[in-house]
Design a protein around this ligand. Structure first.
Ligand SMILES: [Ca+2]
Length: 290
């Protein structure tokens, strides 16, 4: 008897803004409060060697969407919009019947925002709205572009604020009270974003979607400090990457290179999507997901 094909996996892509890989609790920076992302990593995998195509926002984001280097698509200058003729993984998803949505910062221009079936720029727009609008049986892709921990920083972004005496001061920065205050606010903004990630992940759970949804969390470039964002030193290029893939146990083999993502699992057999990441190979107990 023929087996019924499992439904396609839904995909959620969470993107932080100006965030170096080391600055998550699950990356070893235990003084940053990121319980929701730490939990995601514990249930999935953390890829410590995720390096972006550019240490700036819009060029790297264009690489995520197209699978091409920014120079290839003419988007290497900051704030350059995505050329209207460039195909992205959104096209591949739509061809497969996906409902596509985005919240907040996409940074590829207004025309590009209209390529999504659903787009909300307003930071106060509820995440539930996207799920309310989709057809119940339609697979979805949802992009959430947080603007944390991008500057400008303001005090009291997170309660309780991080203890400035305990923040991690990278070796390339001087350890002064002013730098510690600045790093403390960076950590506060990361914690605020983590709380919003928790809201979205709870929504997936409460609507029964988590069991069929792949969740990516990554960043667009490194921390906004001298020697990091805007430079090709590691703190400017090495961003977080966490992946939760339902059905795969924690601790599966990690192998990653950007910028082309090929999803070949039992639920996405043969599907190839340009962009997002170059290649993910996940293997578990002799099974191979590529
Ligand atoms: Ca950025």
């Amino acid at each position: 008897m023929a087996q019924t094909a499992p439904p396609p996996l839904n995909i959620v892509f969470l993107c932080s803004d100006d965030h170096t890989a080391a600055d998550l609790g699950c990356s070893g920076n235990v003084n940053i409060h990121t319980p929701n992302l730490d939990r995601l990593a514990a249930r999935g995998a953390r890829f410590p060697n995720c390096f972006v195509a550019s240490p700036q926002c819009s060029p790297n984001r264009s690489a995520i969407f197209t699978g091409c280097t920014p120079h290839t698509t003419g988007t290497s200058r900051l704030h350059t919009p995505m050329p209207p003729w460039e195909k992205t993984f959104l096209d591949a998803l739509k061809e497969r019947g996906y409902h596509t949505g985005a919240y907040r910062k996409v940074h590829q221009g207004d025309e590009f925002n209209r390529r999504f079936d659903f787009y909300r720029a307003d930071k106060k727009a509820a995440f539930a709205e996207f799920f309310d609008q989709r057809l119940a049986d339609q697979p979805f892709f949802l992009h959430v572009g947080f603007t944390d921990p991008h500057r400008p920083y303001v005090p009291k972004a997170f309660d309780p604020p991080h203890d400035r005496s305990k923040v991690r001061v990278p070796k390339f920065l001087p350890d002064t009270p002013e730098i510690r205050e600045d790093l403390g606010m960076y950590a506060d903004f990361i914690a605020r974003m983590d709380a919003e990630c928790g809201q979205l992940l709870s929504l997936l759970e409460s609507r029964g979607l988590a069991k069929n949804t792949v969740v990516f969390f990554s960043g667009d470039n490194g921390m906004p400090f001298p020697g990091a964002k805007g430079t090709c030193y590691d703190p400017g290029l090495n961003v977080p990457l966490l992946v939760y893939w339902p059905g795969l146990a924690r601790g599966f083999t990690r192998h990653l290179a950007r910028p082309r993502w090929r999803a070949r699992s039992s639920q996405n057999a043969g599907a190839e999507f340009p962009g997002l990441v170059r290649r993910i190979e996940l293997s578990e107990a002799g099974r191979r997901f590529q």
